[in-house]
Design a protein around this ligand. Structure first.
Ligand SMILES: [Zn+2]
Length: 346
């Protein structure tokens, strides 16, 4: 039995002992968990008991944004050794699947993803994980930053799917953690400037700390008006939708330039309408983003290079013993909180 933060059912968390498998297979590593970020999806399972067709039917350990130290390695593992500081990619595909063979393992229907029912997450002292999905952290990348690699990889997936050309002007709709990660990834990917929109002034103030990110408060001025002004009526080269709000789709193509790109990241809860004719008239390219593939190593490299600093986005750190408090705080969705993290004991 090991200690873990367990979601018993919708609305009920407990810190208790649970049986988790810890055998190390030949291609696996065992990791002593150091830091785990609290993600919107973890909080959504806590508050709603489900995300789409994924329903919490049995007690499940939460947490999927993690960094730690390797404590054991399987017989076939060559890329890691005991004592390495690492972060982990939480989705493990079937290595023999067609999706995996195509390099799009994130959309493998058989992917097993931490803290997505029925797979347990990592808010527990130790986990076993395939070495192929475990990434070494350079000495200058902290555990806290290592636990930020997972959400940043979503931003990098969006920037990759956008096929940014150096100097592009981008818009990110939605200033939550993923919106900010996307804006930073768009800048790292070559955008000259990024406008980020939201209704929340405190969220926009956090994003606006970064050079190159220009906050747009849509309670003061419509986004389309700002982008029209700022681009002499041409529109943005790339628009990233990171709010998941159906309202964001109203007039969305007014801010995309002719021949520009729309990247959909935020997942609306309900079926959402958009103006197909407006998209066609501009011959807009539409891309979608589901998690990430082949972006963890790039995320680690960008953080290590100093080009991307995610430290200002860590709002508060809780001890493992205060995990439930951390989740209750995250469930409040304070506009001044970007990322809450939990640190395991010694
Ligand atoms: Zn996450």
């Amino acid at each position: 039995m090991v200690q873990a933060l367990v979601l018993e059912k919708k609305g009920e968390l407990s810190l208790r002992d649970i049986d988790l498998p810890l055998e190390v297979g030949p291609d696996d590593v065992k990791i002593s968990i150091h830091t785990v970020g609290v993600c919107g999806s973890d909080v959504h399972y806590y508050t709603h008991g489900a995300i789409g067709s994924f329903v919490v039917r049995e007690p499940m350990v939460l947490g999927h944004e993690a960094a730690g130290v390797v404590t054991a390695v399987g017989a076939h593992v060559k890329n890691l050794k005991v004592g390495d500081r690492v972060c982990m990619e939480p989705g493990v595909p079937n290595m023999n699947s067609r999706a995996t063979k195509l390099g799009i393992y994130n959309v493998d229907p058989d992917v097993r993803f931490w803290a997505t029912p029925p797979i347990h997450g990592v808010l527990t002292p130790e986990v076993v994980h395939p070495a192929a999905f475990t990434y070494k952290l350079p000495a200058n990348v902290s555990f806290a930053e290592g636990a930020m690699v997972e959400p940043f990889a979503v931003g990098l997936q969006a920037a990759t799917r956008a096929r940014i050309t150096p100097g592009d002007v981008a818009v990110v709709i939605g200033c939550g953690p993923i919106g900010i990660m996307t804006a930073l990834a768009a800048l790292a990917g070559g955008c000259s400037r990024v406008y980020i929109s939201d209704l929340s002034a405190p969220k926009l103030a956090i994003a606006g700390q970064y050079p190159g990110i220009h906050p747009v408060n849509i309670t003061e001025r419509p986004l389309a008006e700002v982008i029209t002004d700022e681009t002499e009526g041409w529109g943005a080269d790339v628009v990233f939708e990171a709010s998941g709000s159906p309202r964001a789709y109203e007039g969305l193509f007014d801010i995309v330039r002719p021949g520009g790109t729309l990247v959909l990241i935020g997942m609306p809860v309900e079926t959402t309408k958009f103006d197909v004719a407006a998209a066609i008239i501009k011959e807009a390219r539409i891309e979608t983003v589901f998690r990430y593939a082949n972006n963890f190593d790039r995320a680690v490299n960008l953080i290590a290079s100093g080009k991307v600093d995610l430290k200002p986005l860590i709002s508060e750190t809780f001890d493992f013993a205060r995990s439930i408090e951390a989740f209750d705080r995250a469930a409040k969705g304070l506009p001044t909180d970007v990322k809450l993290q939990i640190v395991m004991p010694g």
